[in-house]
Design a protein around this ligand. Sequence first.
Ligand SMILES: NC(=O)c1ccc[n+]([C@@H]2O[C@H](COP(=O)([O-])OP(=O)(O)OC[C@H]3O[C@@H](n4cnc5c(N)ncnc54)[C@H](OP(=O)(O)O)[C@@H]3O)[C@@H](O)[C@H]2O)c1
Length: 311
Amino acid sequence: MKAIILQAPGGAENLAIQDVVKPTITSGEVLIQVKAISINPVDIKTRNGKGIYGRLKDEGGHILGWDVSGKVVESQDAKFQIGDEVFGMVNFPGHGKAYAEYVAAPASQLALKPQNISHDEAAAATLVALTAWQALVTNANVQKDQKVLIHAASGGVGHIAVQIAKHLGATVVGTSSAKNRDFVLGLGADGHIDYHGYDWGTHPREFDFVLDTIGGENIDRSLEVTKEGGSIISIPTGLNEQITSRAAAKGVKGYFILVESNGGDMERIASLLEKGILKPHIFKTYGFDKIQGAHLQQETGRTVGKIVIRP
Ligand SMILES: NC(=O)c1ccc[n+]([C@@H]2O[C@H](COP(=O)([O-])OP(=O)(O)OC[C@H]3O[C@@H](n4cnc5c(N)ncnc54)[C@H](OP(=O)(O)O)[C@@H]3O)[C@@H](O)[C@H]2O)c1
């Protein structure tokens, strides 16, 4: 089969298509014929030798990627039969090996793809959707009528987080630059803040929960507008202690989370997709042969929604 191999940590030019042996499956796994995958900032960080490269480097033959949608062609688990269309985030934070024509995946990490959405859309609603779900629902337990601030609301995680927060009944404000204001409001956000030159010091401490997708000084700005007793989850870096102590000084609960593969959460996301409550936005679709260009686009930090790759 064809796969995209990371030949050495570094730039996008280190990604190359190669013929490799098709993966074999063991008990509890299925073999997926890939129809679409999506990429994320963690792919770029890992490609550069950061992210979770440290966990993969001893395994050899690096195939990046975690987000997959496709058809089951072999099954060693009663949950899925040959021919089922499935999607999910495979083995994160481990070796997902999704940049390939076939992916071996634990059945417990997958859900059936809703029939009313495409494989492109399904692939786009995996890592980012799990992150938003696990932040807003599993960890922050966002409630109806709470006020929620979503940073980078036009990005992969943010655009899904806005929709989930609205579904939970929260009042939602999203940040992005002015050019993406209409996109963010179109997701259902009640308010928008253009982060360029915004004076956070004059904004009231009104938010019960903030999802920080930017890190650094953005955490301090966010703490200025988070209610005492509220919470902030910061996802870009794993510097939990820094976030926790900075937040505690403001009377706020602050922490880092790392998304984890979870089939139960994928089923909840599938249900929202099926009902049309959640709609992933696809910025652009590339072929495997254009993976380098897709990575260059992802690392601009300017992508709206998701980048999808088709084998
Ligand atoms: N811990 C975890 O489990 C986890 C999971 C998923 C993602 N992450 C991390 O979370 C971060 C965001 O991921 P993502 O997939 O959402 O990224 P992304 O899709 O690349 O985000 C791009 C968006 O960010 C907006 N943006 C850039 N700078 C901004 C700023 N200062 N304020 C507000 N918006 C800004 C851009 O809009 P404009 O062009 O309008 O600025 C763009 O639409 C990354 O660092 C990623 O690695 C962590």
